[in-house]
Ligand binder design. Structure first.
Ligand code: ADP
Ligand code: MG
Length: 687
């Protein structure tokens, strides 16, 4: 395993048809193989198949005209430029070049015939064309037979060179089809060769609108192929992992039943269902790779505890990892309260532990005295050795990189079962594509007795009203959070803001007890503040976004978020999830500083209008696009180049079905297809 794979997972390029001098430039475009180059599709096209009379050239479109040079001269005012006039039977066209070579002046002799490509514009003295591309024509000069592609390119790599390189690929590569005829016919998709040829060199009369709309059959064919490659590689990856061995940990009930009996509540139907799914996976002699999705507050922690106990019942250990100390600590407190009553010791491991305590925790984990360990990424550091790790639970999985998750998995003897949890629901299109290698369980129901949170947008100018509201709520025995703005540029500045806000609010509310929590506090200090808040000794808790995940204080029913316009949708949703955990009507006030950017407006509208995590995720994906949405998982994952998950949803579904079918019936085509689309990149997802 490499520490940091390059985005495409490539170390060196492997062009066969092209010299290395060209390869370096192609790499800058993210192109590493001849097939990459073949699939480098035009941005747009220009029409050099048709000559327009100067007088009839449509305005505002790049067109080809031809004319005879009348005169040419260099002018110096207002700026140095080369001007010339050409004429055809229909009229005269004035040309201007701001950058030119002395040789050009000589070239533009009266009587020369020029073929010019550019935009004709009506000017002061008739038709004009600024810096056209042109060539001198003598005798018969045939027109292009197809539209001319314009490719995305990079400095130092001209269209002509790139076009020639691609044409060479079109001529020399094996373009034979990797889809069986039945599949193509069923989906009404054209052949592969036909499709790439069409897209690089469309016939002259293809309307621009058709080429731009991206629903041309040729384009859809390539989108389908790309999605199919993704599905195939995900399926193969899934199979490979399920072929590995892991300890079988069947449900014995000795501990899980006792926990269920001791809980002050009953599992919701959704919790019971996902627990059943996890329980069955754990009983398999292959590593579980399951993603447990459930909105904030849906009760994932107890499911994690039950899964951990199933491992413990079988004599194995479980590790539960959270992305922040605050969250890890909440888990630790909750789990140790539940489990130590059953005689199951829970170790606590974070990097800020005092040496002595750390040593004790390490020993408890290494000897097996602690069957369960809860902590942060400190859990998979080198000096940590588990006696017999069987299950790794990873909360808020999207916060961890692939490497960190892998490292924890490798703490077991062989493969370890893995349960990933996420409160950021993954939209269906993504779970069908980038997450297709995981099994997914969804808790789609909240525990009873919750009341939906009311969300209000309030401009900064109305701060006083918000302050009054906080005072009222706290004096009535409720508690509130005051979340300080995210300051991405500087952690120090963010810290300072939190400290300042705390000071100001302490003065604003002399009658209330105001606490402060932020990421830089020592663990013990953090714990003391959180405890005081939980016990109701603090009315108002000023916090940085560290409270974003997991914090659970049911009596807190009001949250104020400052500069909400700076935060992302997922973050706002998580923050808001800290309230509405008890029976009282809760509210979340989003303070914002106008004017709002368009995307900020869009985000705030979404968060105000819905509390449904899946809907919020879907909107988030729409606003940000998959690249940003995927975050950590993205590293090493090639993004889609042709297909678009929203637009091509029907193709995505078809590709998923076709993948199953091809794997079963056409292994040869599968190999060829993957080679074509992913080249050396099949190994892109290993966690
Ligand atoms: P999340 O899915 O956000 O991690 P938690 O596991 O923190 O949610 O659960 C939120 C709160 O709901 C906790 O106080 C937890 O004890 C409580 N809870 C979990 N399951 C149930 C249930 N079935 N009935 C009532 N309360 C529950
Ligand atoms: Mg949680």
């Amino acid at each position: 395993m490499k520490e940091k794979p390059s985005p495409a997972g490539h170390d060196t390029s492997s062009f066969i048809l092209h010299p290395s001098s060209l390869a370096a430039k192609l790499e800058k475009l993210g192109l590493f193989t001849d097939f990459d180059l073949l699939l480098h599709l035009p941005l747009r096209y220009v029409d050099e198949t048709h000559l327009y009379p100067i007088a009839d050239a449509p305005i505002g479109r790049t067109v080809l005209v031809e004319g005879e040079v009348m005169d040419a001269e260099v002018k110096y005012k207002p700026r140095k430029r080369l001007t010339a006039r050409v004429r055809d039977e229909s009229g005269v066209l004035a040309l201007t070049f701001f950058n030119f070579y002395p040789s050009q002046i000589k070239q533009l002799q009266p009587g020369m015939r020029l073929r010019l490509l550019g935009e004709v514009r009506p000017g002061f003295f008739g038709a004009e064309m600024a810096h056209p591309k042109y060539k001198v024509v003598r005798g018969e000069a045939p027109l292009a037979e197809t539209l001319t592609p314009v490719y995305p390119t990079t400095a130092g790599l001209g269209q002509e060179t790139l076009g020639k390189a691609i044409a060479k690929c079109l001529e020399n590569l094996d373009l034979s089809d990797t889809l069986p005829v039945e599949t193509r016919e069923r989906l009404s998709l054209p052949g592969f060769a036909e499709s790439v040829r069409f897209l690089h060199h469309p016939p002259p009369d293809t309307p621009q609108a058709v080429l731009e709309s991206r629903d041309h059959p040729a384009w859809r064919r390539l989108a389908f192929d790309e999605l199919l490659a993704q599905q195939l590689s995900m399926r193969l990856h899934y199979r490979r992992r399920h072929g590995e061995k892991a300890p079988s940990l069947p449900p014995k009930g000795a501990l899980t039943q006792r926990l269920l009996a001791a809980l002050p509540f009953q599992l919701t139907r959704a919790q019971a269902r996902v627990m059943g799914e996890i329980s069955r996976d754990l009983a398999q002699p292959h590593p579980m790779q399951r993603l447990l999705q459930g909105d904030v507050g849906s009760g994932k922690t107890v499911v994690a505890a039950l899964a951990a106990l199933q491992a413990v019942e079988n004599g194995y250990q479980a590790a539960i990892m959270a992305p922040t100390e605050i969250l890890a600590e909440q888990h630790y407190l909750k789990l140790s309260a539940w489990l130590e009553a059953l005689g199951v010791k829970v170790a606590w491991l974070v990097s800020s532990l005092a040496k002595k305590n750390k040593q004790a925790a390490l020993e408890a984990v290494a000897s097996g005295e602690a069957p369960i360990a809860v902590g942060t990424h400190a859990l998979f550091q080198e000096q940590v050795a588990f006696a017999k790790l069987g299950l790794a639970v990873i909360d808020e999985q999207h916060r961890f990189g692939v490497h960190q998750r892998l490292a924890l998995r490798q703490k077991g003897e062989g493969a370890v079962h893995q349960l990933m949890m996420s409160a950021t629901p993954i939209p269906r299109t993504l779970s069908m594509s980038y997450y297709a290698d995981l099994d997914v369980s969804v808790i789609d129901e909240l525990p009873p007795g919750r009341t939906p949170v009311v969300t209000k947008l309030v401009s900064d100018g109305r701060r006083e009203e918000v302050i009054a509201r906080v005072r009222d709520a706290c004096l009535q025995g409720r508690q509130a959070y005051w979340v300080c703005p995210l300051i991405e540029e500087s952690e120090a500045l963010q810290l300072q803001t939190a400290i300042d806000t705390h000071e100001t609010l302490t003065q604003t509310f002399p009658e209330l007890k105001v606490g402060l929590v932020h990421g830089r506090l020592k663990t013990a200090e953090k714990a003391a503040v959180m405890d005081a808040f939980k016990r109701g000794e603090l009315h108002l808790l000023v916090a940085t976004t560290v409270i974003e995940v997991g914090v659970d204080v049911p009596n807190a029913s009001l949250m104020v978020i400052e500069h909400a316009e700076r935060m992302g949708l997922a973050q706002l949703h998580q923050l808001r999830g800290r309230v509405g955990r008890g029976a009282a009507q809760s509210a979340c006030i989003l303070l914002y500083a106008p004017p709002l950017s368009e995307t900020a407006q869009e985000r705030l509208k979404v968060i105000r209008e819905t509390t449904d995590g899946f809907e919020i995720s879907r909107q988030d994906l729409r606003i940000r696009g998959p690249g940003e949405f995927l975050g950590a998982r993205q590293s090493g994952v090639p993004m889609l180049r042709v297909a678009d998950l929203e637009r091509d949803l029907d193709l995505l579904e078809a590709a998923r079905d076709a993948a199953e079918h091809l794997l079963a019936s056409q292994p040869g085509l599968v190999d060829k297809h993957l080679q074509r689309w992913l080249g050396g990149r099949q190994e892109f997802l290993k966690a």
